[in-house]
Structures are given as structure tokens and as C-alpha cells.
Design a protein around this ligand. Structure first.
Ligand code: SF4
Ligand code: SF4
Length: 338
């Protein structure tokens, strides 16, 4: 993805996702059939029981209702662990899809091909991760990719996890995928501390490898998709507007919203492996409740941001308003109207 440099950087006034969706980012299961050594056991050892179907679907119902009231499209982003291992997962996807909700998943693609053939129609977005040390069958990964490529409603992306000691093999696979399948592809550098209290330093790569990872792209899909959550409308204090992505904000160091009104919790929610519900992954206000609660009260007012770095895509795409600038602007308008 091209990073748009924001050269003059006027003050930011407001940020809004173009997706128009009510987004629920849900860590549904910490069970995985792979054991990637760069992945913390807490993300894959199945130590937390996934919610039973009835609990999951009740929470889905609440979100469908809430989205309906707000006039937004419900969008569920399921991650793990490996979500396709959940026995009821297809049933849950079907239920959401039949109620006009969208579903995006992150997966290692290991589920049998027939599962993908039966379920791609419920998936509006899939991000597959390629893990070279655990993968049993590269051709299976390509076959699954072809199913997702052919699904016209599915935005399809692949992350190749670039294990430093297998860098050339990972790159060779990325090139094979690029030739055989149209999708966006990112060569992902690995970081230490992934899933264990925040990432720390990057694994060692040569400058040449760094450049290869930066430059590599897939072949763009030939499908038309509605805007994604990551696409933002940004309003500046000088009255200008521009479309940026959450990646642009990170690249431009525009990730400090302390003192702003943040609508995470109103237009988005996150759910942890244990079922706790938070406004956002920064978790600054503590849990709102749990999917296991009989009555769940969702927030109706924005929160004041107190967290210095808004780090992940989910949090960055929540609506944010720089209330200090808005009130200055309103005062100026009031004065000129006197
Ligand atoms: S596939 Fe993903 S969740 Fe599973 S062990 Fe690897 S990184 Fe962790
Ligand atoms: S860090 Fe948290 S509170 Fe602050 S803007 Fe991001 S999501 Fe909102």
C-alpha cells in the first residue's frame, strides 16, 4: 500500500472511518493447530474456553440490534488462535450473513478445502497468514487462496511471516503466490514479544531483506469493494479534508489523540479471549462488561483519550474529534457572527 506523506501537517480536527460500519473485533479462541515459535503460547494453547454457540450468538444479536438503531452495518472481525477450528464457526458465519452483517477473519488457511468452498460466501474479508515452519502443504494454501480470489464479495489479503532463517524460502513462496493468485500480499517482518505484553524489537534482517519486504506487493484484485475500516476521512482545522488510511497515520506519527473525544465503544467494540468487552484495545477505561453477562450496557457517550499512542488499526479507525479545536472554531464563528 502506498503511504501518503502528510507534508504540511495542519492540526487534525476529526477522523472518521469511511467504512460506515459498527465494528466488533473479537478474539474468539486462543486454540490453534500450529505452534509458531514467534507466537506467544497465550495466543495458541487453548487455555481459555471459547464461548458456547448460544453465548456467541446472543452477543451477535445485541450487536445486530445496536447497529440497526445506529443505522450502521455490523462488521465482525474474528481472530484467534485459529477461528476456523471452532466447531460452530460456520453456523455463526451463516447467522451473521443472513442478518446482513459482514464477517472478516484472520486464518492460517489450514482448514480443509471443502470448508472454504462452503463458507467463502459468508466472508467479506479474509486475511490469510503463511507460517512456513508449520505449514504441511503449500499447494493447499494456494488452493484455498484460489477459492478466496474467485469470491467476488471477499476482500482477500495474505501476510507472509518472514522467518529470518527461512527468508529465501518465504520469498520464493510469496513469488509463487503472486504468480498464481491475485490478492494483496505483505511480507511481514517478525517482532519479539508478539502477543506478550506488546511487541518489542524486530527480528534481525539485513538492509537488503528490509528493502525486499518494503517493496514487495501482490497483484491487485480485480474486484470492487466498499471502503474498508482502515480507510479514513481526515478533517483539518484549516477546513481541508483528505482520505488517509490507518497505515498513513502510523507512518506520519499522527497517533496521539490525548484530550480528544474518542467514539470507540460507540461505533466499535473489542472482545477478549475470555469474553470481556472493551471499547478498544488500548483498554484505557477497563471492561464494559462480558459477553457472559445477562445484561450488557453498551456506552452511549464518547470517552476522553488518555493513552499516548493509539497503536492498532482497530483503535485508529474509531471516530475521533479534537474537541479543543472544535470549540475554538465554534467560538471564532460565534465571535464573527456578533
Ligand atoms: S498460526 Fe497464528 S495463532 Fe497459530 S501459532 Fe501461528 S501465529 Fe499463533
Ligand atoms: S488510544 Fe484508545 S482512547 Fe485514545 S484514541 Fe485510541 S482508541 Fe481512543
Amino acid at each position: 500500500m502506498e503511504i501518503k506523506k502528510n507534508i504540511k501537517k495542519p492540526d487534525l480536527l476529526k477522523i472518521n472511518s469511511l467504512g460506515g460500519v459498527f465494528n466488533v473485533n473479537w478474539a474468539l479462541t486462543n486454540n490453534c493447530n500450529y505452534k509458531c515459535n514467534y507466537c506467544h503460547p497465550d495466543l495458541r494453547n487453548g487455555s481459555i474456553k471459547a464461548p458456547p454457540y448460544d453465548v456467541a450468538v446472543d452477543f451477535v444479536e445485541l450487536i445486530l440490534m445496536r447497529s440497526n438503531i445506529l443505522g450502521m452495518t455490523p462488521n465482525f472481525e474474528f481472530g484467534g488462535g485459529e477461528v476456523t477450528l471452532l466447531r460452530y464457526f460456520s453456523k455463526l458465519l451463516k447467522h451473521i450473513s443472513e442478518n446482513n452483517g459482514l464477517v472478516n477473519i484472520v486464518s492460517n488457511a489450514s482448514k480443509r478445502l471443502s470448508w472454504w468452498q462452503e463458507n467463502f460466501k459468508y466472508l467479506s474479508g479474509v486475511s490469510l497468514s503463511y507460517h512456513i515452519n508449520d505449514i504441511k502443504n503449500e499447494s493447499h494454501f494456494i488452493e484455498v487462496s484460489k477459492v478466496l480470489e474467485s469470491s467476488q464479495n471477499t476482500r482477500f489479503h495474505v501476510n507472509i511471516m518472514m522467518v529470518p532463517e527461512r527468508f529465501d524460502d518465504c520469498l520464493a513462496f510469496a513469488k509463487r503466490l503472486q504468480q498464481e493468485v491475485r490478492c494483496s500480499i505483505a511480507l511481514q517482518p517478525l517482532f519479539e514479544g508478539f502477543g506478550h505484553g506488546g511487541i518489542t524489537k524486530k527480528y534481525p534482517y539485513t538492509p537488503e531483506q528490509e528493502q525486499i519486504m518494503k517493496d514487495f506487493r501482490g497483484r491487485p484484485e480485480l474486484k470492487k469493494h466498499p471502503p474498508s475500516m482502515a480507510e479514513l476521512e481526515v478533517n483539518y482545522a484549516d477546513g481541508t479534508t483528505e482520505n488517509l488510511s490507518t497505515f498513513d497515520l502510523i507512518a506520519n506519527d499522527q497517533t496521539n489523540f490525548v484530550g480528544w473525544d474518542c467514539y470507540a465503544g460507540i461505533d466499535s467494540l473489542v472482545v477478549t479471549f475470555s469474553g470481556d468487552i472493551y471499547r478498544s484495545w488500548c483498554m484505557q477505561d477497563g471492561p464494559i462488561g462480558s459477553i457472559y453477562d445477562e445484561n450488557i450496557e453498551l456506552p452511549t457517550h464518547p470517552t476522553k483519550c488518555r493513552t499516548k499512542i493509539c497503536q492498532c488499526g482497530v483503535d485508529l479507525s474509531a471516530k475521533k474529534v479534537n474537541t479543543r479545536l472544535v470549540s475554538n472554531k465554534q467560538q471564532r464563528i460565534a465571535v464573527t457572527q456578533l
